[in-house]
Write a protein that binds this ligand. Structure first.
Ligand code: MN
Length: 714
């Protein structure tokens, strides 16, 4: 147990004797009024205010703050009165104790209105003096450290409140060590299993990690020294909660969390330029990862955090996160607003520290005119987390998202199923498009439809890692499913051609050998790699041919291709049913054209004309022979360009010819070039086949004043 002499030892270095006496007096008073009270742990109640005062002394806060730490529960929990406090310790301490008493009466309920009202009271009380906030945080730290003595249901509630309110407040004040400790303690009680598992896994690799950390530190230090800079390099594992949050938000395993260790260069010099110099030293040493450099010196965070952040590719090809700061910046980063009070007495303290406090107060101050509790909540949260938006569920719960989030992010935050089946959203009762950017205070309702699926387009609008991961995973599963179907069709057909039964082959032992050969483990895998075009169906089938029928040498590309007919609306296909076949838009094949298919990953077969230049240079393994097999007559779009002299009435003549051949013009565009008196007419015609198209070409060519007629590709 902490004793009063321990606290006085801590404060001796920076407080004057009268202040030390005041602290001793507060101790005696607190001890007498708390006499006989016990904590749930069975210890005397006094241990609690002592520990709180100890934390405040470690933070080197002023005498009134430490005195208040010792007295913070006296008015609330003992017979002591505010008047008594005022008489013995003066106005300042009485004001601080009163502030804390007000807060301790507030509990945060779950209903929005109640929650908002309580938040409002708490923030008002706290923002009256920033020291009230720091004492409250120290109080919460000690309560969290001794949370195991509370009954289980209370533990959860207190831990939730800590994560929801106190950790963000500590962050807002820039007191990083408090935020880290509060988050880890709350995490430990809220997700006990996950916490234990993570701590255990991280501990297991400690030796390995320490060796690695030492290595990287040494390399950086050597470079810093070599360039004549003074400073130290630190490397330490990030706190458990931040690792856990990353793992659950990005749905990744611990092994995939690359930035487990954060490295820091802390420079002796206060010259900002040296930070940038150190950055260039690091970037010369290791290649930076693009888009990962953040300059919080030029643009400090709202809580006044300043540093340079970068991620580089380290000595083992791994990502390494490095922060660069001066000593003062580092002090602010760890202790935030608390660092202010340290410089108050004696040593120089900077004017902009005052500015900083003013800014924080302004942000914490709540505008009285915000009568609507919802408005108030989103306003408050905005002040605490400026890079996020706060919206409501129809039931009134608050949800937070990064700025720029859309209803898709909202839908996935509810449930994967809601996200997958999301077709639209209502914001404040009005229907909005899925790309709508959520605004603070919006009430969002998701409209779902069973059987609906995510689309690739959603990736353009989703910003949260969770939503993006889910959409990607759906696309991947879907691509695989389609590839398996396609692979099966292609293989069945190829086997049938060789009079082999696919259904028998798949039961054979030989197929297992094939799995080993391609390092796959199931029939589905095999179908998928064929469907993706990684392995040609022919190659698979050859394995099962009798010796004498196996081709000696690989056949030339042309002959190797297999025949395949296409099934798409209007075209029949023998054997391959329901395979995704689409016409490539680059060359728009029409019946009569020589065509070829290209197996595109997860998207079925794209049909191109034989002469399409886009096919050249593509993986020849994926090219398949396809044939027209018209089932019912239908039209196909084809692009035609007519270059002619710019003569009146010529366009009408061309259109007449086209119409007379019973061909529809679905699009026409004319561009005249005054320079050479020529007109370029681009048409999209709907034709039945190549014969019909050739007819129209010939007919137009015969016209006077027509210079050329061509089929064009995009
Ligand atoms: Mn307390």
């Amino acid at each position: 147990m902490l004793r009063i002499t321990d606290i006085l030892d801590k404060t001796q270095s920076y407080l004057v004797p009268e202040e030390q006496v005041m602290i001793e007096k507060a101790y005696v008073f607190s001890a007498s009024v708390h006499q006989g009270q016990l904590r749930l742990s069975g210890e005397p109640y006094l241990t609690h205010p002592m520990e709180v005062a100890g934390i405040l002394a470690d933070m080197k806060l002023d005498a009134a703050t430490i005195v208040t730490g010792l007295l913070h529960d006296t008015v609330e929990d003992t017979l002591a009165s505010p008047e008594q406090i005022k008489e013995i310790f003066g106005d300042e301490v009485e004001f601080l104790v009163e502030g804390l008493t007000k807060i301790s009466k507030i509990t945060i309920g779950s209903r929005v209105e109640q929650q908002a009202e309580n938040f409002r009271k708490m923030i008002l009380a706290m923002s009256a003096d920033i020291r009230i906030l720091m004492i409250r945080l120290a109080d919460r730290i000690h309560n969290m450290r001794t949370l195991q003595f509370q009954p289980p249901e209370k533990r959860k509630y207190i831990a939730e409140e800590t994560l929801e309110l106190y950790a963000p407040l500590a962050n807002r004040l820039g007191i990083n060590w408090m935020r880290v400790e509060l988050e880890d303690l709350a995490f430990c009680y809220l997700h006990e299993e996950a916490y234990k598992a993570l701590v255990d896994r991280i501990a297991r690799k400690e030796e390995e990690r320490e060796k690695y950390t030492g290595e990287v530190k040494e390399i950086i230090q050597r470079e810093i020294d070599r360039f004549g800079m003074k400073g130290i390099v630190e490397g330490r594992a990030k706190h458990f909660y931040s690792i856990y949050r990353k793992m659950s938000e990005q749905q990744i395993d611990l092994d995939e969390v690359y930035d487990l260790i954060a490295f820091r260069i802390i420079l002796d010099s206060e010259k900002e330029i040296e930070c940038y110099e150190a950055l260039s030293v690091v970037h010369a040493l290791w290649k930076p990862v693009p888009g990962r450099f953040k300059d919080y010196i030029a643009i400090p965070k709202v809580n006044n955090y300043r540093a340079l952040h970068t991620t580089v590719i380290g000595p083992y090809g791994e990502r390494v996160e490095i922060q660069i700061r001066s000593r003062l910046m580092h002090e602010w980063a760890e202790e935030g607003i608390a660092a202010h009070w340290r410089y108050k007495e004696g040593r120089a303290y900077k004017r902009d520290d005052d500015e900083q406090i003013k800014r924080l107060r302004e942000l914490l101050e709540v505008q009285q005119e915000l009568k609507n509790p919802r408005e108030f909540m989103s306003h408050l949260k905005m002040a605490l987390f400026p890079d996020e938006v706060y919206v409501f569920t129809p039931r009134g719960d608050v949800k937070s998202f990064p700025k720029g989030a859309t209803p898709i992010d909202f839908a996935y935050s509810i449930h994967t199923d809601v996200g997958d089946k999301c077709i639209g959203a209502k914001v404040n009762r009005n229907i909005v498009p899925l790309k709508y950017e959520l605004q603070n205070g919006d009430t969002v309702e998701i409209i779902t439809q069973s059987g609906h699926h995510p689309s690739k387009d959603w990736l353009k609008y989703a910003v949260t890692t969770r939503a993006r991961a889910r959409i990607r995973s759906w696309i991947k599963t879907e691509e695989r499913r389609k590839s398996i179907d396609l692979g099966r069709d292609l293989l069945e057909k190829e086997f049938r051609k060789q009079n082999l039964k696919f259904s028998q082959i798949i039961k054979s032992d030989e197929i297992k050998e094939l799995f080993a050969e391609y390092s796959i483990s199931s029939l589905d895998d095999l179908l998928a790699i064929v469907g993706y075009g990684r392995v040609s169906p022919k190659r698979v089938v050859n394995r099962f041919l009798p010796e004498e029928m196996k081709p000696e040498e690989p056949l030339p590309e042309k002959q190797k291709k297999k025949k395949l007919s296409i099934s798409t609306p209007g075209i029949s296909l023998t054997g391959v049913e329901d395979v995704m076949v689409r016409f490539a838009h680059c060359c728009n094949p029409i019946p009569g054209d020589e065509i070829q298919g290209y197996i595109s990953r997860g998207r079925g077969i794209a049909v191109h004309t034989m002469s399409c230049p886009n096919i050249e240079g593509l993986d020849p393994e994926r090219v398949v022979d396809v044939q027209w097999n018209i089932r019912e007559k239908q039209t196909y779009p084809v692009n035609m360009r007519v270059v002619c002299k710019d003569k009146k009435g010529l366009l009408a003549e061309i259109s007449t010819i086209i119409s007379s051949l019973d061909i529809n013009i679905s699009h026409a565009e004319v561009e005249t070039r005054p320079a050479d008196m020529q007109a370029i007419c681009d048409f999209i015609l709907d034709v039945y086949d190549l014969d019909q198209f050739n007819q129209v070409l010939h007919a137009i060519k015969k016209l006077k004043n027509v210079i050329s007629v061509d089929r064009v590709r995009k």
